[in-house]
Write a protein that binds this ligand. Structure first.
Ligand code: GDP
Ligand code: ZN
Length: 464
């Protein structure tokens, strides 16, 4: 990279907030020696041996002990960030860690030590070429993974599997570009270029590989982001029973967030490792009934999430049929989100488990308490998600990667069109290849704007 990383020393608590067995304060940058000497009370002239864990006291300026723990020093470039890194592992209490962090900042005043921004450690790792951009993103994705399959795939991306695939594509494009550019220097040979070099064949192979990568990345993005589902219906039709049935059949409910405030009520279950984020509209009251502004905002935000849903499950009681209240529920559905009508309690109504595609919606007949017909719903959700069972290990991908792959695909499509016209517009052909290469490179961050970096790293937690 030709960027000049800021080497100002930074510090943050690297472990999650709250109480834990251990907690870590991490520092990175130049000039950590005086901090290390002061906080670890090392004898004058002595420093920690790199990569050796030393058990010692962390002390205040007056010599009083803050905590006892392990100090670890990594000499750059052999560290996570590529800079000198100091890790102080103490007890994982919020107060004691805060005291330790404050003590480091105080001891590091002379060298300009400051608090780290969100994601700044990983950003430095990227700027110092310890990780490429796709790998840096995988760090955050591994931390945020909501299913085991997502975590496995994030780990694949972190180890560079996805980046390698992208580099492979770029290499193919470069190879073809070199042929074209060489020909451009000898105009009299242009005529035969497409034939002799099998440029069309090469391009066809690149496009086929790109398509394959795109499909895999789309699956990877699904593992990361999952399917957003809204569950709506009258009280007592069996919404909670369905959630329990779906969650119970898989090993665990991954998260059960009862709304951070009086916000939306989302539960994430998984089907074949795909996170299925379900918003239960039973938790949403009408905004008009809300007692205060904060609640009204929460309610509106939830309806916003409904508009962004991938599918709405509208549950009805098959033994009673639709009611006027259901018409009111349907009225609130955004027009462009597909709806599945779930006819529940077929054990009472005598229907058999079934799925029917009707003009208004897909209808599924099931029983949440007997679990009959649940497999039909699971399969339909996976179908809507676009999940293909490959059995292969995947890499995790983000929407950003899909957008870049699509743009690269469009440039290669243009190149193919130019090649087909056979009017020897070789310079345009070369230009489309160059643009495709740029888009592919943006995935691993070989050429990336600072704005994009800012967006990506600011979404990390502090300390990562
Ligand atoms: P919700 O208000 O929509 O969440 O409905 P619940 O899940 O709380 O269910 C309401 C009642 O209907 C409970 O007594 C459930 O046991 C019952 N119930 C839910 N699903 C079924 C079903 O498939 N068959 C039968 N017979 N009862 C059901
Ligand atoms: Zn996080």
């Amino acid at each position: 990279h030709n960027m000049n990383p800021d080497t100002t020393p930074i510090a943050a608590i690297a472990t999650a907030p709250g109480r834990g067995g251990i907690g870590v304060v991490r520092l990175s940058g130049r000039g950590l020696e005086p901090v290390m000497q002061a906080v670890c009370a090392l004898p004058p002239g002595r420093l920690l041996t790199p990569r050796h864990a030393t058990y010692l006291d962390f002390v205040q300026a007056d010599g009083s002990v803050i905590d006892q723990g392990l100090a670890l020093f990594f000499k750059g470039p052999h560290s996570y960030t590529g800079e000198d890194v100091l890790e102080l592992q103490g007890h994982g209490g919020p107060v004691v860690l805060q005291m330790l962090l404050q003590r480091c900042l105080e001891a590091g005043q002379g060298v300009g030590l400051r608090l780290a921004q969100p994601g700044e450690f990983t950003q430095r790792a990227f700027l110092n070429d310890k990780l490429d951009l796709a790998q840096a993103e995988a760090v955050a994705d591994l931390i945020e993974a909501s299913t085991e399959a997502a975590a496995k795939s994030a780990s694949q991306s972190l180890s560079g599997v996805f980046s390698k695939v992208i580099h492979g594509l770029v290499d193919q494009v470069i190879h073809l570009r070199m042929l074209v550019e060489a020909t451009l220097d000898f105009p009299e040979e242009e005529i035969d270029f497409l034939e002799k070099s099998d440029a069309r064949g090469q391009l066809a192979r690149i496009r086929a590989s790109l398509q394959q990568v795109f499909e895999q990345a789309a699956q990877g993005a699904l593992l990361r982001d999952g399917l957003n589902v809204v569950l709506a219906g009258q009280p007592n039709v069996g919404k909670s029973s369905l959630l329990n049935a779906l969650a119970g059949s898989d090993v665990a409910i991954v998260t059960a967030i009862a709304g951070t405030t009086r916000d939306k009520v989302t539960e994430t279950i998984q089907i074949e490792g795909i996170p299925i984020n379900i918003i239960d509209t039973a938790g949403i009251r009408e905004a008009a009934d809300a007692s205060d502004e904060v609640e009204r905002i929460g309610i509106e935000r939830t309806w916003g999430a409904v508009r962004d849903a991938d599918v709405i499950l509208h549950m009805l009681d098959a033994s009673r049929g639709p009611t006027r209240a259901d018409d009111k529920i349907v009225e609130r559905f955004p027009p462009n989100v597909p709806v599945i009508r779930l006819w529940n309690k077929i054990d009472l109504s005598g229907h058999r488990a079934d799925i029917e595609q009707l003009p208004d919606a897909t209808h599924i007949y099931l029983s949440a308490t007997d679990h009959t017909g649940l497999h039909l719903l699971r399969a339909e959700l996976l179908r809507i998600a676009g999940w293909q069972q490959t059995g292969e290990s995947l890499y995790l991908a983000r929407e950003r990667h899909l957008v870049a792959l699509k743009a690269a695909r469009e440039h290669l499509d243009m190149a193919a069109e130019l090649a087909a016209q056979n009017d020897q517009a070789l310079d345009l052909f070369a230009e489309e290849l160059r643009l495709a290469q740029d888009r592919l490179n943006s995935i691993t961050g070989a050429f990336t704007s600072d704005d994009l970096l800012g967006v990506i790293f600011s979404r990390f937690c502090i300390g990562k």
